[in-house]
Design a protein around this ligand. Structure first.
Ligand SMILES: Cc1cc2nc3c(=O)[nH]c(=O)nc-3n(C[C@H](O)[C@H](O)[C@H](O)COP(=O)(O)OP(=O)(O)OC[C@H]3O[C@@H](n4cnc5c(N)ncnc54)[C@H](O)[C@@H]3O)c2cc1C
Length: 429
């Protein structure tokens, strides 16, 4: 059996970041990616926050094909026939170094794979790894179709369903409540139109989240990100919540209906759909984090359950990059000791625990139970929009005083025990 130092399974952000970290180490490293090229199977919303990552890969971002730096945030509560949007702008978001950018994975991952290859790592596309080779409990290599390759260390960077981590005995099969399903279109529009429609300066970007009737009471929401020459528009729905619904819904249609809403229709007018994708997204947070190391193996990114729904934003890409780098650092340390046993590779878990990743996931450990509250996706967006409508509307009758309108609306829909209980639950976030 041919043998290398490190095999990385999966050429997404986690796998490629690990490869980047290992590129100058003198070790022979290969990345096996089942897609036609890195980026071809990778889906994100997507916005990446660079502030937590600059210390991890300081040299990477200057030349990286990032889209727009996000200066504006919109949160839209969708009712049946009305909606309320909160808009937020900050000079701080518009000052270098910019905290967050929109990103297209088909471009970014491909670029990163080329960069890593230039540094001497072998990135091999169209290679589906279907099994691990073990000696007792110890992982000593992989099987990819009819080929077998040995390695001192295998890195599972194979994404959210990670069969590699499962085969290594590190994680149990996940439950439906731990996943949501995302649908996304990339809609091409010229930069000037994007800037005019979102009132942005050149290269500035916007991020918009939607919650309410678009998911028909199912846990989830919508997102819209401005790229340089396109919009990323999508919907995410919780699988458990979806399974409970009778009659069953054909959820892919939600996106078509969403596009017909006036709030969206006018933003995408004249655009051409150039990419369509669907992918699972992790909702389980810290509760589904598997064991991330074993004899001869480390688990990174989505494969390690490192993803978080923070309600106002989704996180996963920074965790993939940072965990990939930390896995790379651990492998370098193990190489120095010439020991890839679980007790040495456990250092990776220590690094993860000390990093922003596990601290954040711990801070948001209650987000899953909050997300299970259906009123968040139906009652509140609708009633807040109804209240605003009452405040704004002038009809044939004399208009009531503003205070009275607001107070009556609050009394009717919000001042009750249920809302109070929801508030107590929300405080845990
Ligand atoms: C709809 C949606 C919206 C999201 N929005 C955001 C957002 O705005 N911000 C954010 O930070 N995160 C977001 N996320 C989460 C984020 O995209 C993920 O956390 C991130 O992509 C994880 O990167 P990864 O490298 O771990 O996994 P992936 O990008 O999934 O990469 C895994 C790679 O492994 C390959 N692979 C799998 N199995 C094998 C095998 N057996 N052999 C060889 N190769 C294999 C796959 O082809 C793939 O290329 C979103 C996710 C979705 C689905």
């Amino acid at each position: 059996m041919d043998k290398v130092d490190v095999i990385i399974v999966g050429g997404g952000l986690a796998g490629l970041s690990c490869a980047y970290e290992l590129a100058d180490s003198g070790m022979t490293v290969i990345v096996l990616e089942r897609g036609d090229f890195s980026g071809s199977k990778n889906v994100t919303g997507g916005r990446i926050y660079l502030s937590p990552l600059r210390n991890y890969l300081p040299d990477l971002w200057k030349e990286a094909p990032l889209e727009r730096h996000v200066t504006k945030e919109f949160i839209t509560l969708l009712g049946q026939n009305n909606s309320t949007t909160f808009e937020f702008y900050s000079d701080r978001f518009n000052r270098e170094p910019y905290p967050s950018y929109t990103i297209l994975r088909a471009k970014f991952d491909r670029w990163l794979a080329d960069l890593v290859s230039e540094k001497g790592v072998f990135v091999i596309p169209q290679k589906n790894v279907n099994d691990l080779i073990k000696e007792g409990k110890r992982v000593i290599g992989i099987k990819a179709e009819d080929e077998e390759i040995g390695a001192d260390c295998v890195v599972a960077a194979d994404g959210i369903l990670s069969f590699i981590a499962e085969k290594a005995g590190l994680r149990k099969p996940f439950q439906p409540q731990h996943f949501a399903l995302g649908f996304k279109e990339v809609i091409a529009l010229d930069p000037k139109t994007i800037e005019d429609r979102f009132r942005l300066g050149e290269k500035e970007g916007a991020a918009q989240l939607f919650v309410g009737t678009l998911t028909k009471g199912i846990m989830g929401g919508g997102f819209l990100y401005t790229n340089q020459e396109s919009l990323s528009l999508g919907i995410v729905v919780g699988i458990h919540s979806l399974n409970q619904r009778e009659p069953r819904e054909e959820v892919y249609k939600f996106l078509d209906e969403f596009k017909e809403r006036p709030e969206i229709k006018n933003l995408i007018r004249g655009g051409e759909v150039v990419e369509y994708s669907a992918h699972l997204i992790s909702e389980g947070g810290i509760h589904i984090k598997p064991k991330v190391y074993g004899d001869g193996i480390l688990v990174t990114g989505d494969a390690a359950g490192l993803g978080l729904n923070m309600l106002v934003t989704a996180r996963g890409m920074e965790y993939a990059v940072a965990s990939g780098v930390l896995a790379g650092r651990t492998i370098k340390m193990a190489k120095e000791k010439n020991d890839f046993s679980a007790s040495t590779l456990a250092h990776y878990e220590k690094l993860l625990n000390e990093s922003f990743i596990i601290k954040e996931m711990d801070n948001f450990k209650n987000s899953l139970s909050i997300l299970e509250n259906k009123r968040l996706f139906s009652k509140y967006p609708q009633e807040i929009s109804n209240l605003f409508e009452k405040v704004m509307r002038v009809d044939e009758n004399p208009k009531e005083g503003l205070y009275k309108t607001i107070w009556e609306g609050l009394k009717k829909d919000f001042l009750n025990l249920q809302t109070f209980k929801d508030w107590l639950q929300f405080r845990k976030m």
